[in-house]
Ligand binder design. Structure first.
Ligand code: SF4
Length: 233
């Protein structure tokens, strides 16, 4: 089978998933800062656990950078305990809150006041903020045109493309996949927001560890779903 351009296929993926699921409306959170707090807390845990931790913070009216910084360490640790790795994450939350206050007047939206690459570099310099977390904050908190790459993205794409990655993409190399996908998709902030969110939903509902291809809306265009394996370029 001859493959259409990957760009066309990826746009088809977006179109099929969007028509099936609609706008996922990501990321859950009442404010951009709450979105960023969720992005920090969700590292290595489930979203249910994050929600419990955020609920605790909300009950104490702590969803603000200043309030997080002012909160005694032991109190913050206690409140975010449901999210796991609470000692580390309390440090990360405080570091991020200090950074945001010092550099961006405490507003996640202000990350857009500097060039995107610089905002990303600055975020990555904050203790506990890795690439996926930084990009989640930029995309979902600050509404900037960045595509988040995560384990779901890798798993889906490897199956979709039949076990191989495009030239220049090294398996596990975050930047190479992000740069490839953003180059192919050339989307805006809303497109990247939806594309990533739709892939997460797909990965939870169908493209799980053991894929449920029979019920998957992409089965007619996915190499793995079609049983094609490596496709002819
Ligand atoms: S068809 Fe199967 S492998 Fe392909 S995206 Fe759907 S669930 Fe994943």
């Amino acid at each position: 089978m001859l493959r259409a351009s990957i760009r066309k296929e990826l746009l088809m993926v977006h179109s099929i998933l969007f028509s099936r699921c609609g706008d996922p409306g990501w990321w859950p959170g009442d404010t951009p800062f709450e979105v960023a707090v969720g992005a920090v807390l969700t590292q290595n845990t489930s979203w249910d656990n994050v929600e419990r931790a955020i609920h605790n913070l909300k009950m104490k009216d702590l969803i603000s950078p200043d309030r997080i910084v002012e909160t005694p360490d032991e109190e913050l640790v206690r409140l975010i305990r449901p999210a796991g790795f609470f000692n580390q994450k309390s440090v990360y939350l405080k570091e991020f809150s200090r950074f945001l206050s010092d550099r961006f007047s405490g507003r996640v939206e202000n990350l857009g006041s500097v060039p995107l690459e610089r905002a990303r570099e600055e975020l990555l310099s904050v203790k506990g903020i890795g690439k996926e977390t930084a990009d989640s904050i930029l995309c979902y908190g600050a509404s900037l045109p960045v595509l988040v790459i995560d384990a779901y993205t890798w798993r889906f794409l490897e199956r979709f493309l039949g076990g191989s990655f495009p030239e220049g993409v090294r398996k596990g190399d975050y930047d190479s996949l992000q740069s490839f996908l953003m180059g192919e998709l050339s989307g805006d902030a809303l497109f990247y927001n939806r594309f990533h969110a739709l892939l997460v939903l797909l990965s939870k509902d169908h493209c799980r560890k053991t894929p449920a291809c029979g019920s998957c809306p992409l089965s007619a265009i996915c190499s793995f779903g079609m049983g094609v394996g490596n496709r002819t370029k």
